[in-house]
Design a binder for this molecule. Structure first.
Ligand code: NAP
Ligand code: GLV
Length: 306
């Protein structure tokens, strides 16, 4: 079968080499291309979804996001509602996200930024550090693994999801329980998908319900965060510090107020990046399923939006 690959800003080389080795795949086209795409059955795409791409693919049978998120696809009217859309669920992607958030939580718990400042002045200052209650919004593939790992590492953990869940040693909340979930948190981690219900969910209403002085970690999407409300909450000390990996506009413009903010730590959307060699297995398994007429793995529910 023929695949069209559109990796956005990421180099396509590793995908092309890996996919081409499979005997399921007869051609890998890389967007942008002038070649004949009329036999392409699979579109493998990271953001943005190029304008007009779908109409060039009359034989398209299946779309896969190159990441866990599908907001770049579901929000685009080019995607036909009857086309199966899948996403990446991958051990490496999950582990990398958990490691990033664990790093952020432990840095916060040990006050590492302060310790690094002290080093510049050769200052030896020791202190006790508290245990923390960490709240994870979104208990799916990534949030669920994170909540279990945090709990295993000795943190107190709360989790919030749409449907009710039971996870060992994690206090779980859903739906209308949001204020109960938020009120005891020292750290809030956002791992929700972007949907019409979750867009701008990190706003002044939510900040008003959280334990004052909480640390915010946003590793899901910039579309979840009301940026002005965060600046206001930081100013008032409602949120003590934020670690942000994702932004409404990426790359974050160089004149954005977040860059120089003393209470914001920025990383450039690297909390967890799809590793082609690892995620390739799932993509090829879905190609096999397409060939054999079997149900795809990790399909997105287009109505639900994630
Ligand atoms: P997932 O498996 O689909 O899990 C989503 C979770 O969010 C589920 O627990 C779901 O609840 C919950 N949820 C959805 N809508 C909700 C709502 N309105 N209220 C409360 N809970 C809601 O997604 P995932 O694989 O864990 O990925 C999560 C997101 O992480 C992705 O969408 C992507 O945006 C982001 N991400 C970022 C990076 C990065 O590098 N920064 C890397 C990978 C992914 P139910 O369990 O009840 O359905
Ligand atoms: C990265 O942001 C992803 O959705 O995988």
């Amino acid at each position: 079968m023929e695949i069209l690959l559109s990796t956005g800003n990421w180099p396509p080389k590793a995908w092309v080499e890996g996919l081409s080795k499979s005997n399921l795949v007869s051609a890998v086209h890389v967007w942008p291309t002038e070649s004949d795409l009329s036999n392409v059955e699979v579109l493998l795409v990271w953001k943005p979804l190029p304008a007009g791409i779908i109409e060039l693919l009359p034989n398209l049978k299946f779309i896969s996001s190159i990441g866990a998120g599908v907001d770049h696809l579901l929000g685009d009217s080019q995607i036909p509602l009857d086309l199966p859309v899948a996403r990446i669920v991958d051990e490496r992607l999950t582990g990398d996200m958990t490691n990033y958030v664990m790093m952020a939580v432990v840095m916060h718990q040990r006050n590492l930024l302060h310790v690094l400042e002290n080093q510049k002045q050769a200052k030896w200052e020791r202190h006790h550090y508290p245990n923390l209650r960490v709240g994870v919004m979104g208990l799916g593939e990534l949030g669920g693994h994170l909540a279990r790992t945090l709990s295993g590492a000795g943190f107190e953990v709360s989790g919030y999801s749409r449907s009710s869940k039971q996870i060992d040693r994690v206090a779980t909340f859903n739906g209308a329980d949001r204020s109960e979930f938020l009120k005891d948190l020292d750290v809030l981690v956002n791992l929700l998908p972007v949907t019409s219900e979750t867009e701008n969910i990190l706003n002044k209403d939510l900040f008003g319900q959280i334990k004052p002085g909480a640390f915010l970690i946003n590793v899901a999407r910039g579309a979840h965060l009301d940026e002005m409300d965060l600046l206001d909450a930081l100013e008032k000390g409602i949120i003590s510090r934020a670690m942000l990996d994702v932004f409404k506009e990426e790359p974050l413009p160089s004149d954005h107020p977040f860059w120089g903010h003393p209470k914001i730590t920025i990383t450039p959307h690297i909390a967890s990046v799809t590793t082609p060699a690892s995620a390739m297995k799932l993509v090829l398994e879905n190609c096999r399923r397409l060939r054999d007429g079997e149900k795809f793995l990790h399909l997105v529910d287009l109505q639900r939006g994630y």
